[in-house]
Design a protein around this ligand. Structure first.
Ligand code: NAD
Length: 291
């Protein structure tokens, strides 16, 4: 990776994910210039002030860029793709960081037309409940999985540039189909976010909310950390992946109803067996991550 260098990278949507990508490329000396685009010039100026981007650009900047990263909420991707498509140079590769893939691929098919081969769909499995360029940091992608869901139209060169860019940021690239991606992340990411948001919302609407929150401890804080995530971003993810997410909600409701039966029957053995199985599975998952 030592010799991987992009002369010009455009980040469209300079928040946590886009800003961290910019900082990671800079830290690895893998980029000449980072240009920021987005919907708010005030936040782009903040990003420039923080050194996340070198300058605020305009649409024409994508023409001679080596790489464009799309890092706005997934519901906004199609409009942005359509806006940049007429300006894209032949050699520019476009990647995204969106948390869902089938909708983003469908948007790209509509928006990019005969330039579709230049778009390589990606999703870094790294993030936080914080948002905006001020939350960005160069180490966000270190040892984090990055899913790439290549299109049939992509050239080996386009895929190699996309993979090398994430690798130089510290990511660990693996390949999936968009459908596999959306099914897996409905279970391990989108469902937990939906649960955390809806639990906190339901408690907050109760007449005794103040007393409940005053007494909530570390377990509540851990379980609900992701309910501090960006509502606009998670709205888009849940809507985009709703069919896979509804299937996961149904499976989870079945599991909850089974737990309810165990409770109603005071089935201590059944509850302990459920909890022990969960603890064993979680510990086995955590072990390699904590090395
Ligand atoms: P963020 O809120 O920190 O940043 C989003 C950026 O997009 C902001 O700079 C915002 O101004 C800009 N933006 C919003 N609407 C726009 C529009 N219409 N046109 C142009 N720019 C617009 O969010 P983030 O966490 O950086 O997420 C960005 C993308 O990365 C999303 O698609 C999200 O699904 C994905 N993602 C997020 C995480 C995470 O945990 N935060 C992890 C992996 C992938």
């Amino acid at each position: 990776m030592a010799d991987f260098k992009l002369d010009k990278v455009v980040i469209y949507g300079v928040g946590l994910i886009g800003g961290s990508f910019a900082l990671a490329l800079k830290q690895s000396s893998a980029v000449g210039e980072v240009v920021g685009l987005g919907r708010s010039s005030a936040s782009l100026e903040v990003a420039q002030g923080l050194g996340v981007i070198d300058r605020v650009g305009e649409l024409a900047d994508v023409r001679d860029a080596d790489l464009v990263l799309l890092a706005m909420p997934v519901g906004k991707m199609e409009a942005v793709m359509a806006a940049i498509a007429p300006h894209l140079g032949d050699k520019t590769i476009v990647v995204d960081a969106g948390s869902t893939k089938q909708d983003v691929v469908a948007a790209a098919q509509r928006a990019f037309g005969n330039k579709l081969a230049q778009f390589v769909p990606c999703h870094p499995i790294a993030g936080a409940e914080k948002s905006g360029a001020s939350a960005a940091h160069a180490r966000l992608y270190i040892d984090k999985r990055v899913i790439v869901t290549p299109l049939q139209e992509n050239t080996p060169f386009a895929i190699a540039i996309a993979e090398a860019a994430w690798t130089v940021c510290g990511g660990d690239v693996s390949v999936m189909t968009p459908a596999q991606h959306d099914a897996v992340f409905a279970a391990v990411s989108h469902l937990p976010h939906l649960l955390a948001f809806t639990l906190v919302d339901a408690l907050a609407k109760r007449p005794d909310a103040a007393e409940l929150f005053a007494n909530a401890g570390a377990g509540f804080r851990d379980f609900t950390r992701i309910a501090s995530s960006n509502p606009e971003m998670w709205r888009d993810i849940c809507v985009a992946n709703r069919s896979a997410l509804i299937a996961e909600v149904d499976q989870y409701m079945t599991a909850l109803l089974q737990a309810r039966v165990l409770l109603a029957e005071a089935d201590a053995e059944g509850l302990e067996s459920t909890f022990a199985n969960a603890r064993e599975a979680r510990n086995a998952w955590l072990e390699p991550l904590e090395k």
